[in-house]
Design a protein around this ligand. Structure first.
Ligand SMILES: [Zn+2]
Length: 331
């Protein structure tokens, strides 16, 4: 817009009624959000993006799409793309709400609360959540070095959202698990963290933790000079023996053994439990991605911002095995 026209536009605002001003305010804030998302995507692509067709990194701006998104053309394969092509966020409607949405995710609002705040249907909110959530394979540590604390946390088995084919009778909300302690209704999550690091390893185990499931989960991450620290369970001792590494086990009823303890992994569990609380149970099939979502913020000491979650999503490919179906399954 020409400067003089803009000046006139600004001057004309004074004649608006209070109702018109509120309407204008809404429009401006929506446009500002849209622009912020576009700028975020553009900056990300131009700094570290690559052609989604051939992975080449030489490309140029190539006009805009019908909906106003920046388009690029690859100098190698000559195909065009936008910053979202091939990413889980491609084809989303209401993209202008993405930043606000990611903020709702950071503070852990439920699907229903988010739907209310953004004026979206809860099925849309649910689908977005699963597009934005990092897969469990992302952000896992590549290795557990030095002193690595390991323990397991338990989540109640949940078939939330499943309407047909329940393998057992449905529980009412907040109903306590039928059996105390370790049972088939409790899903074990093996967690490990190297002392001095915030990146935690998490793996949903197929059943009650055993020496073989612990060995195969931790094996690829441990090196011969890692010292594993665990509670007194014998399965850890056997796993360490299988892997040929040193283990220090904290005797039952005590908190430490010389310089060794599992306080870091216990603190991680307590942050994890309080973060999961507002969801009032997560469907077991989605537990791995919820763990990854928790870790995404936790490993940064909660310093990551909504923009980081969006950048993370547009950097990964769309196809994700075992993703949610387009049903109204919540959480
Ligand atoms: Zn290309």
């Amino acid at each position: 817009m020409r400067r003089r026209d803009f000046q006139r536009l600004v001057e004309s605002l004074e004649s608006l009624s209070p109702h018109q001003l509120r309407q204008l305010d809404e429009t401006v804030s929506k446009l500002a959000q849209q622009t912020a998302v576009r700028e975020l995507v553009t900056a990300h692509v131009e700094r570290e993006g690559q052609c989604p067709h051939c992975q080449g990194n030489a490309f140029q701006r190539w006009g805009t799409t019908a909906s106003g998104e920046q388009r690029y053309r690859c100098k190698k394969c000559f195909k065009s793309f936008t910053g979202l092509t091939g990413s889980p966020l491609n084809g989303l409607w209401h993209k202008s709400l993405l930043l606000e949405y990611a903020q709702c995710m950071k503070v852990g609002l439920s699907v229903r609360e988010t739907a209310e705040q953004l004026g979206l249907h809860r099925n849309v909110v649910f689908r977005w959540r699963h597009r934005l959530m990092p897969p469990n394979s992302a952000h896992q540590p590549e290795a557990l070095e030095g002193v690595a604390e390991v323990d397991e946390a338990f989540f109640r088995e949940s078939f939330k959202g499943l309407k047909k084919g329940m393998p057992r009778t449905a529980h009412k909300r907040a109903m306590p698990a039928g059996k105390r302690g370790i049972s088939k209704e409790q899903i074990p999550v093996l967690t490990a963290v190297s002392r001095g690091s915030r990146t935690s390893f998490m793996s949903v185990l197929p059943g009650v933790p055993s020496a073989s499931s612990i060995t195969s989960s931790l094996g690829p991450l441990l090196s011969k000079d890692t010292v594993l620290v665990s509670d007194s369970a014998s399965s850890y001792k056997t796993a360490a023996k299988n892997l040929g590494i040193v283990i220090r086990q904290i005797p039952r009823g005590t908190h430490k053994l010389g310089p060794y303890h599992i306080q870091n992994v216990n603190a991680l569990h307590s942050r994890m439990k309080s973060w999961f609380k507002p969801f009032k149970g997560v469907a077991t099939k989605y537990l791995p991605v919820y763990l990854a979502w928790f870790r995404f913020y936790d490993e940064s000491g909660w310093s990551r911002v909504p923009e980081d979650l969006i950048k993370d999503a547009i950097s990964r490919p769309r196809v994700r095995p075992n993703g949610p179906s387009e049903t109204s399954t919540l959480e």
